[in-house]
Design a protein around this ligand. Structure first.
Ligand code: COA
Length: 335
């Protein structure tokens, strides 16, 4: 069937980020649980993470959007759609997208939250790309934001050292030059991973009660070892799969932009792709795992540092709870 409009790609035309000021370093964790800077550094690659003391995820998202608007011209009234990837919304409802819409004055936008844990940004970016490719929408904000400290049990040494809070945002718009923009995506989910990484209570199955609070069911539960193995395989396989499908060699790729959960997962993915460390975006040492925010945070930091150039081929790759995982291949179009 013929398409009713000219073929177009979706591309990232602006970026922004926000990280809270408060830092929890590994030394701090030595004082609250039985751990050490050495253990955390060698097992995860994390040295410190940021924690939001007041406010919710929408606060961080709005700050990230303000950062975007400071550096790129954008009239909020021109925004068509706001997609917020998060598993820590301010509230179950209204959606974080609605809260953001009001705060930034995006009077003509609609929006929704998208729940895919650490793969949230990739799922949201592909969703935005499909809306753009349909020809119907022109300016979509894709936010990846999580206040992981709000669901982290700081008595559980297995998990509390891993997570941090942050928000980042990209603007997605159409581009007629098909040499640029989002060119391919491979996304998966597999609910057989549901028992290895979850927050048990607070939903319709286990609404909040004295029992759920006493059992600490409102915090992240994770079987780290099982998730680690699944993540190494999932992220490495899908990143390799998207390279092969697009006939890309490691020389064609400027950067792997991996979800920042564990440095060893990142290294395994890069190794499978034949990509050296200097071509891998990394900031896990400073922020830990910020769930939906990790990938746009990397893009924003590398772009602002002048390390990301027009024409760079990127492979974005993530794995998270669900399980959810995937990869996106795009060519950077910003000067
Ligand atoms: N400090 C010191 N020791 C710790 C610790 C900490 N913070 N956390 C766990 N340990 C202990 C364990 O209790 C275990 O002790 P035991 O052998 O006496 O039982 C030992 O260290 C080794 O634990 P193990 O689970 O084998 O460590 P690991 O090498 O698998 O690393 C994770 C643990 C959590 C870092 C790792 O499994 C991981 O990164 N998993 C994936 C997490 C993730 O990224 N999830 C998000 C979605 S992708």
């Amino acid at each position: 069937m013929q398409k009713s409009h000219k073929p177009i790609n979706a591309t990232i035309t602006a970026v922004g980020m926000y990280v809270p000021e408060k830092i929890l370093d590994n030394k701090y964790f030595e004082s609250i649980v039985d751990t050490s800077d050495e253990w955390i550094t060698t097992r995860t690659g994390i040295k410190e993470r940021r924690i939001l003391e007041n406010g919710g995820t929408s606060f961080m998202a709005v700050e990230a959007i303000k950062d975007l608007m400071k550096n790129f011209p954008l009239n909020p009234e021109e925004i068509d759609l706001i997609i917020v990837a998060t598993i820590t919304p301010d509230m179950f409802f209204p959606s974080t997208a609605c809260l953001i819409q009001e705060k930034i004055g995006a009077k003509n936008a609609w929006g929704f939250d998208l729940s895919a844990a650490c793969s949230g940004f990739l799922f949201a970016l592909q969703t935005a790309a499909s809306f753009i490719e349909s020809g119907r929408y022109k300016k979509i904000l894709v936010v990846g934001a999580d206040k992981m400290s709000s669901i982290t049990d700081y008595t559980d040494r297995n998990n509390c050292i891993l997570f941090g809070d942050a928000a980042s945002v990209v603007l997605v718009e159409p581009i007629e030059d098909l040499n640029y923009g989002i060119k391919d995506s491979i996304l998966y989910c597999d609910g057989s991973g549901k028992d290895t990484l979850y927050m048990k209570a607070g939903g319709s199955l286990f609404p909040a009660s004295q029992e759920t609070v006493a059992n600490r069911w409102h915090y992240i539960y994770q079987d780290g070892k099982t998730v680690f193995k699944a993540a190494v395989k999932g992220m490495a396989d899908v990143s390799y799969e998207i390279m092969k499908r697009n006939n890309l060699t490691s020389d064609d790729i400027a950067y792997l932009v991996p979800h920042q959960a564990n440095m060893r997962i990142i290294d395994a993915t890069a190794e499978r792709m034949g990509i050296s460390r200097d071509k891998v975006m990394i900031n896990i040492d400073r922020y830990g795992n910020t769930t939906a925010a990790t990938i746009p945070l990397c893009l924003t930091e590398y772009y602002k540092a002048g390390k990301l150039k027009k024409g760079d081929n990127l492979i974005l790759s993530a794995f998270g709870a669900g399980y959810t995982w995937g990869a996106i291949y795009l060519t950077w179009s910003l000067d």
